[in-house]
Design a protein around this ligand. Structure first.
Ligand code: ADP
Ligand code: MG
Length: 214
């Protein structure tokens, strides 16, 4: 058993790093979305995480991980717009529900959180694996995290998830989209990476970085 646990300070650091990495990749995410959508994914996410950061900085000192994740959810839903706002909003809302009441998160709790987030995205957007959406980052992420032996170190869980999400995002390139705006393009979407899968991978990498150094 690993004794490592993550807490609300980690969630705060994850959110700070998420806002940072989304801001620094804003142009790149919109460039991806220009190829397969309407070119606003970077702006949408940056607007959302800028608002999230302000809210979280004002959150009570005793806010639990679930409280903070719920604040992320409600803020993203009200500020991101687009298809991705309600999808990420639902992800963080379900993640919050999965760790309700917990002060410290072990590996199993982190896995439950990621798994609930993925389930929320699937429930909301009805995309299957291979439809060229953010599900293609989240599903391999959860599968890789779940494949680790039990008694998982939460940082190892996050690292497995982030690595698989990055590979999953890259693997959207050859796909034809079956959900979202990119599905209107047919074969023309082939060769382009899905923007929501890419931002999802960035958010999961930010979770690792926050846990390793936060
Ligand atoms: P919009 O498409 O409304 O402009 P964004 O550009 O912010 O919204 O987000 C686009 C991303 O949303 C896509 O790259 C894809 O990952 C994700 N997406 C769209 N529809 C779905 C869906 N039904 N299920 C899962 N993800 C989806
Ligand atoms: Mg868009």
């Amino acid at each position: 058993m690993s004794g490592v646990v993550l807490d609300a300070a980690w969630v705060r650091e994850w959110i700070r790093r998420s806002a940072e990495v989304i801001a620094s990749n804003r142009a790149q995410l919109s460039t991806l979305d220009r190829a397969v959508g309407d070119g606003d994914h970077g702006e949408n996410m940056d607007r959302g995480f800028t608002a999230v950061l302000a809210k979280v900085e004002d959150a009570p000192l005793d806010a639990t991980p679930a409280d903070l994740l719920k604040l992320v959810a409600t803020t993203l839903i009200s500020t991101v717009g687009g298809a991705s706002g309600p999808l990420f909003g639902t992800a963080y809302l379900k993640a919050s529900g999965a760790v309700a009441g917990a002060v410290e998160l072990d590996g199993d709790a982190v896995l439950a959180m990621l798994s609930a987030a993925r389930d929320g995205i699937v429930l909301r957007g009805k995309a299957d694996a291979g439809d060229k959406t953010m599900v293609d980052a989240w599903t391999p992420a959860v599968d890789a995290a779940a494949a680790l032996p039990s008694g998982r170190d939460p940082i190892a869980v996050l690292r497995a998830a982030a690595d698989a999400a990055e590979a999953g995002a890259r693997a959207t390139e050859p796909l034809v989209a079956r959900k979202g705006r990119a599905s209107y393009l047919g074969e023309r979407a082939v060769g382009h990476r899905d923007p929501g899968a890419s931002s999802s991978a960035l958010l999961l990498r930010a979770a690792v970085d926050a846990a390793e150094t936060g």
